[in-house]
Design a binder for this molecule. Structure first.
Ligand code: OOG
Ligand code: NI
Length: 299
């Protein structure tokens, strides 16, 4: 099972790296400053997917893939303003990343936007995961990068974008990895807090999402997160029309040691001694890494 999961994650990461130049750029900057010698030293805290809450798709469909690969469903999060649901999933072993899956609450959108989405997804009459061979890493990888609906017209994309930037993002980007996350607490001193890591990112020219501040802190003070602003990619819409849209980004997380384990020697600290899970108020701001309020800072 773990080999299968390794194969799927490898496929996801290689396409993500091709598409998000910040991934290799952050790693190169870390090597330049001697933080890491090679990419494998980086701990991937979590990866994230977005989806559409419509019949046969959404969380209930996508999660089947990861439950099959050994993940366990954990907490639910609700984002009323962005009209999203999300869950996180714990990996079968510590060496694998957690997974954060969100979905658009399509029924909460205006009738016009709902109609636009259904125009594309309404052709599905079964859950595509149900006909997928989940024991074949190559097939799962291809599935996660395939189309379940036709490429939208630019006009429909822009109409959706006005009401929900998340909706427009998924309509075009589908299940492309939305981000991977570097665990900064596992890095060497000088880089292992979110403030220090953000300073490193900024002196190397990376632009941070500053919605709610350049890092987001959970109310318990134990989960601190920051992220780059998504890079713009040239997208080709139906009829060959082109437009630049936001792609994916990179996230950074510091999970602090829980109070009851603070007296443990540093070399004994493992994942189970640190803050687990996610935080709705942090996530609410991190979503905006692909929103134009943030991406326009790049131009
Ligand atoms: C996910 C945003 C939330 C986190 O770690 O809280 C998130 C997204 O942009 O799809 O990644
Ligand atoms: Ni995240």
């Amino acid at each position: 099972m773990n080999e299968l999961l390794e194969g799927v994650l490898k496929g996801l990461m290689s396409r993500y790296k091709e598409r998000v130049p910040d991934v290799s750029a952050v790693m190169a900057a870390m090597k330049k400053e001697g933080v890491i010698q090679n990419d494998q030293e980086i701990e991937n805290d979590h990866i994230a997917f977005r989806s559409l809450g419509v019949p046969h798709l959404g969380i209930q469909s996508l999660e089947k893939v990861f439950l099959h690969l050994g993940y366990t469903k954990r907490d639910y999060y609700f984002f009323p303003e962005k009209k999203l649901n999300a869950y996180w999933y714990a990996p079968p072993a510590e060496k694998f990343p957690r997974i954060f899956v969100s979905e658009l609450r399509v029924g909460d959108l205006s009738p016009a936007s709902q109609e636009l989405i259904h125009k594309y997804t309404g052709t599905l009459n079964s859950d595509p995961v149900d006909s997928l061979d989940l024991n074949d890493a190559g097939k799962v990888d291809a599935f996660l990068h395939s189309h379940f609906w036709s490429i939208p017209t630019l006009q429909d994309y822009l109409a959706l974008h006005k009401e929900s930037e998340y909706a427009a993002w998924v309509m075009y980007n589908k299940y492309y990895l939305n981000h991977f996350t570097i665990s900064v607490h596992s890095l060497k001193a000088g880089y292992n807090t979110i403030q220090e890591f953000n300073a490193f990112l900024e002196r190397n020219g990376f632009v941070l999402n500053d919605s709610g501040g350049k890092y987001k802190e959970s109310p318990d003070g134990l989960l601190l997160q920051s992220s780059t602003v998504a890079k713009m990619i040239e997208a080709e819409f139906a009829n060959g029309e082109k437009h630049t849209i936001s792609g994916s980004y990179v996230e950074f997380a510091e999970r602090r040691v829980l109070p009851q384990f603070r007296s443990l020697p540093p070399q004994e600290i493992g994942r189970q001694h640190r803050r687990e899970g996610f935080e709705a108020q942090n996530a609410n701001r991190i979503f905006e890494s692909t929103y134009s309020s943030q991406t326009t800072k790049l131009s």
